[in-house]
Design a binder for this molecule. Structure first.
Ligand code: ATP
Ligand code: MG
Length: 713
């Protein structure tokens, strides 16, 4: 036992060890990137369970992405040596969803509530705008949604928001907010912000409920505490204040969510909130080379409002940060692709060692194209995620209606998908009837024969639809979820329609639907049996970085925001240009700019061994072309850490990947930029192409090796 413990603690340095074994009471670990904060958190949980007799059931460990939560769970499990199923390790949102499943009826919602994601919520907002008689072209649903979301993250209800309104837009927002909340409740649905807010509401309204969770969660631990917003802060405080066994870890230099209501003061004022708090600082970075760490420090140093800290590392000096200047975004993307291949072919890296970051999702398309062109396997995190694809959302909407017939957003989505003769006019009549009689849309459908103005065919179609749904509800009672999903495909006619289409796109959609069964399978492996509610909850909660698989073999593409907490041996930071990064919206505002700089620091400190930064002289993005100056973050990086580089030529590309070019085609070359194809020379093995580049003249290139991309004329 003792040697076991000694061995266990040897995995930590002495300051980390102090934090891991610290007795009960509030504990704050504040430290720079890569210093082992997350590691300490996992060791502390394992230590409590393994050596202090704490039951896994008593532990609540919270973080921000499912990916990070999954990793934490795995690590703790490995350290303890037994499955951690009993332990509540997850994101704030998943914890709240679980609490609400048990408690939400107190607020008048059904325990089978649906969780609406951003696009569901936006649709409902649009509907509320219509109902209130506001033009959705003047008041954009997304903008209204964002304002409501901010209000919720500050725990302001519609009345509070209305009271604070100082102009007509704010008044309208408050009015839509009120209706939106009513509609959500009628649909027995919650949005992401509600998951947190309603949990806090219940705990504040019902002391016995609060007491129950205080009793249960005897040890609360929070990672990335710098990014908590008011609701999250409140929630943690409610649960942990009484016993005070609260460990929070974070880095004020990595706060990147203030635009979503995160408040850095939560970490800076922890010692005021918990006067008995013990504070531990970690100063050794275990992740990055000396060079990467110094370069990142040089950038973050420019921020005025920060706590000074020293971060050092024993790691090797490492290579210089490589800086690439490309002619345009295609050149930049080709550089990333060519260099990634070179690392694999010449430096024994694997594709999974590499991550490519960008400031906005829109930048990913061109990068993807270049990677495809050079045969580099990649995965994209964020952007149009698996769960946001139309076919997945359609089938999930069916499942939601089966689980929760009051879910009108889902019902509307599928009522005529595939087309079954319940068009807009019919639906309009049914809706009016529902409103007139104050009943739900589903109940109005059941009274379809009473509804004036409907054709006999429409009545029949509605009857058919209800029969299908009722049949599926009965089916659900006796079958597992995989069978249910397949039954939905069949009975709805959804699969048949896709199969009949016989296009590549339809085939891709079918594959995606098959993949949905894979999701169920994964879920079963992880949690044992799954109910429909569990499944829907998981589908609604998977965040941006969640689809990342453990086994390697592909390059990871993601936005800088999604990269938080992760680490990769090789990192490319692209689009280092004024207006892109720092983002145009934040450039003029000093606080916004400091947040951008922290984001840059987060990006740089993800890299363990090699860091690339790149920019393009000229870039097409968001439908326009601009020549952006180099990002100020690059100029803040001292020249001694930088190495200007040009992309390597002649990286081997799989044969058979040749572009189908004809004279006159416009192409983009990784190094030389845009050019025009003059001639193609067919040879036995390697076709040659002659390209004219405006600034360089004509070049003869081997088609299968040249980093070329065909552009639209
Ligand atoms: P971030 O601020 O980016 O979230 P962090 O402070 O949470 O970083 P970790 O991810 O916990 O840092 O640790 C960074 C890396 O250093 C990990 O690979 C971790 O396993 C390793 N590491 C941390 N401490 C030690 C140690 N004492 N011995 C060996 N490796 C360590
Ligand atoms: Mg961490």
């Amino acid at each position: 036992m003792t040697t076991d413990k000694t061995q266990f603690l040897e995995q930590l340095n002495h300051v980390q060890r102090e934090a891991a074994v610290y007795s009960d009471g509030p504990l704050l670990i504040i430290a720079g990137a890569g210093s082992g904060k997350t590691r300490v958190l996992t060791y502390r949980v394992a230590y409590l369970v393994k050596f202090c007799g704490v039951s896994p059931w008593d532990v609540l460990a919270l973080t921000f992405t499912n990916k990070a939560a999954g990793e934490m769970k795995d690590r703790i499990q490995d350290l303890i040596g037994i499955p951690s199923r009993d332990m509540m390790i997850g994101t704030f949102h998943s914890m709240c969803a679980r609490i609400l499943r048990r408690e939400i009826e107190a607020l008048g919602y059904s325990s089978k509530f649906s969780i609406y994601d951003e696009s569901d919520a936006n649709r409902l907002i649009a509907q509320c705008l219509d109902e209130e008689g506001f033009d959705r072209r003047t008041y954009h649903p997304r903008a209204i949604k964002a304002a409501i979301s901010r209000a919720k993250s500050e725990m302001a209800d519609p009345d509070t928001l209305g009271g604070l309104a100082s102009n007509i837009t704010e008044e309208i927002t408050a009015q839509v907010y009120r209706r939106y909340q009513e509609r959500l409740r009628e649909n027995s649905a919650v949005d992401f912000d509600d998951l947190l807010l309603l949990t806090v509401n219940i705990m504040e309204l019902y002391p016995d409920v609060l007491e129950k969770y205080r009793q249960r969660f005897k040890h609360v631990l929070v990672d990335e505490y710098q990014d908590t917003n008011a609701v999250q802060y409140h929630l943690v405080k409610l649960v942990a204040e009484k016993h005070g066994n609260l460990t929070v870890v974070g880095d004020d230099d990595q706060g990147i969510y203030s635009w979503r209501g995160a408040d850095i003061r939560n970490i800076l004022e922890f010692e005021q909130d918990f006067p008995k708090a013990h504070v531990i600082k970690l100063e050794q970075n275990y992740r990055s080379t000396q060079t990467i760490l110094r370069a990142a420090n040089a950038v973050i140093m420019r921020n005025a409002g920060r706590k000074e800290k020293t971060l050092w590392t024993d790691n090797p000096e490492g290579e210089l940060v490589r800086c690439y200047q490309a002619a345009d975004e295609h050149g930049e993307a080709a550089m990333v692709a060519v260099e990634t291949r070179r690392l694999v072919e010449e430096e024994e890296r694997s594709f999974s060692d590499t991550a490519v970051f960008y400031r906005t999702h829109a930048q990913s398309r061109v990068l993807e194209e270049a990677l495809i062109r050079l045969g580099v396997p990649y995965r994209i995190f964020g952007g149009t995620r698996f769960y946001e694809r139309q076919e997945i959302k359609d089938i999930v909407a069916y499942l939601r209606v089966i689980a929760n017939p009051s879910d009108e957003v889902s019902l509307r989505r599928i009522i005529n998908v595939p087309t079954r003769g319940i068009g807009k006019t019919t639906l309009g009549h049914v809706e009016r009837y529902a409103r007139d009689y104050g009943i739900s849309l589903m109940n109005a459908l059941r009274e379809v024969k009473e509804i004036p103005g409907l054709s006999a065919r429409a009545v029949e179609s509605v009857g058919g639809f209800l029969k299908m749904i009722d049949g599926l509800v009965m089916f659900m009672d006796e079958h597992d979820i995989e069978a249910l999903i397949k039954e939905v495909w069949d009975r709805s006619g959804y699969m048949r329609e896709l199969e009949a289409e016989r296009t590549l796109e339809a085939d891709a959609r079918i594959e995606n639907l098959q993949e949905l069964l894979g999701v169920v399978e994964d879920f079963k492996v992880e949690y044992g049996s799954v109910s429909l509610d569990d499944f829907l909850e998981r589908v609604s909660l998977v965040g941006d970085t969640d689809e990342m698989e453990e086994e390697g073999g592909y390059v990871s593409l993601m936005s800088l925001h999604n990269a938080k907490g992760l680490e990769f041996p090789v990192v490319f930071m692209t689009g280092m240009e004024e207006g892109i990064f720092p983002h145009i919206r934040s450039m003029e505002d000093p606080t916004g700019l400091e947040e951008e700089r922290r984001l840059c620091y987060v990006g740089m400190t993800r890299a363990c061994e090699a860091l690339y930064v790149s920019h393009a002289e000229c870039r097409s993005l968001w439908g326009g072309v601009s020549a952006n100056p180099v990002s100020r973050f690059l100029t803040e990086l001292p020249g001694e850490y930088l190495k200007e580089t040009i992309p390597e030529e002649g990286v081997a590309v799989e044969p058979g990947e040749e572009l189908d070019l004809v004279p006159g085609d416009v192409v983009s070359h990784a190094k030389w930029g845009r050019g025009t194809v003059l001639e193609l020379v067919e040879k036995d093995n390697d076709s040659e192409v002659v390209v004219e580049f405006p600034a360089l003249g004509t070049k003869r290139l081997l088609l299968c090796y040249a980093p070329l991309k065909k552009l639209e004329k």
